[in-house]
Design a protein around this ligand. Structure first.
Ligand SMILES: NC(=O)C1=CN([C@@H]2O[C@H](COP(=O)(O)OP(=O)(O)OC[C@H]3O[C@@H](n4cnc5c(N)ncnc54)[C@H](OP(=O)(O)O)[C@@H]3O)[C@@H](O)[C@H]2O)C=CC1
Ligand SMILES: CC(C)(CO)C(=O)C(=O)O
Length: 311
């Protein structure tokens, strides 16, 4: 299987690197020039509770890209989606499946618009990882899930083949599922809860819990679950129980990528995640003051960041 990984950041670097390590697919990274330079100099470097890995990888820039890929693993941030679409376009042909692992949902419509419905899979990742300034990809805990499927819900040969390519990878639990849209909504319910909480409090889940924040997080969880249900994707009681427990754990070191972006002075995916949820809350008639506050907070942060006023 020929896999093109757009971006060698936290997720692309981690999942793509594990595939290279396992030699279970032919993997090429599509990157921008600065990342290509670090990859050529240092190789790809992963630090992880499942074992570190470092190795040479093949990397292209978009001007060198030709068609012939079975899968494009799309792992950019939402604010880079348009650039990423332009970058992969020369590589996408009638055999290509695009597997996005971005958080949120609205990128799916944009990808379908750009490449047609048959090219686009649903996908999500439950992992905590970062890309350090020196190019190191760091997995922060034992979360290691990548889940994908046909958006209309069936287990096709192509999604089973992707699952098989990931099967021998260390530190990866890959699942092809027949209900990927439900899984993506479920992910938005818990990510939405944790992103709103961690962005507003500028703290990890355990710190929020120790500050008395569990009822707040539980209310948000219920509201986000109500939004998903209003969109035709009710979450299960087992799912709610798992995340109620997580949002009540005083020892939890759970932090979101959006909090890490803010702490690192990086840009956030505020509109793609918080903006989408706020609109969905309003449509569903779900109380949304906390959603609105988190969105305004993240947007105000983004303004200060772009005008050099963070400190
Ligand atoms: N990090 C995490 O723990 C998790 C993240 N997610 C989601 O996954 C998505 C990716 O996040 P993450 O991996 O953290 O992000 P990163 O910023 O670490 O990585 C994104 C990478 O995409 C690259 N990129 C963007 N546009 C292009 C382009 N046109 N051509 C080539 N490369 C490009 C960037 O390259 P460059 O360096 O050149 O800017 C960057 O290295 C987000 O939607 C996030 O919300 C989901 C679950 C967990
Ligand atoms: C940590 C996780 C999996 C859920 O909140 C995530 O997707 C993120 O923070 O971006």
């Amino acid at each position: 299987m020929r896999i093109l990984v757009l971006g060698a950041g936290a997720l692309g670097g981690y999942f793509g690197g594990r595939l290279v390590e396992a030699a279970s697919a032919e993997v090429t990274f599509l990157v921008r020039p600065a990342r290509r330079t670090t990859l050529a100099r240092d190789g790809l470097r992963i630090e992880s509770p499942f074992g570190a890995w470092r190795g040479p990888v093949t990397a292209l820039t978009t001007d060198e890209l030709r068609p012939g890929w079975d899968v494009v693993l799309l792992s950019c941030k939402a604010y880079d989606l348009e650039d990423a679409i332009a970058a992969i376009r020369p590589g996408v042909d009638g055999r290509t499946a695009i597997l996005p692992v971005l958080n949120g949902l609205s990128h799916l419509d944009r990808l379908v618009d750009a490449f047609g419905p048959d090219r686009v899979l649903g996908g999500l990742a439950k992992i905590q990882a970062t890309l350090a300034a020196d190019g190191l990809v760091r997995q922060l805990n034992d979360w290691r899930w990548i889940t994908f499927g046909e958006r209309e819900g069936r287990l096709s040969d192509r999604v089973r083949a992707i699952e098989a390519a990931f099967a021998p990878c260390k530190g990866v639990a890959a699942r092809a599922v027949p209900d990927v849209m439900a899984r993506m909504w479920e992910k938005l319910v818990h990510l939405g809860t944790s992103a709103i909480g961690t962005v507003l409090m500028r703290a990890q889940v355990g710190e929020i819990v120790r500050a008395g924040g569990t009822p707040f997080l539980h209310r948000l969880l219920e509201r986000n679950a109500a939004i998903a249900a209003a969109n035709g994707f009710p979450v299960t009681e087992a799912f709610l129980a798992e995340y109620r427990a997580l949002f009540a754990d005083p020892a939890s070191a759970y932090g979101t990528s959006m909090l890490r972006d803010i702490e690192a002075g990086g840009r956030t995916e505020a509109d793609h995640i918080l903006g989408f949820l706020l609109e969905a809350a309003r449509r569903a008639g779900v109380p949304e003051e906390a959603h609105e506050a988190a969105l305004i907070h993240a947007r105000a942060y983004d303004q200060r960041r772009t005008t050099g006023r963070l400190r």
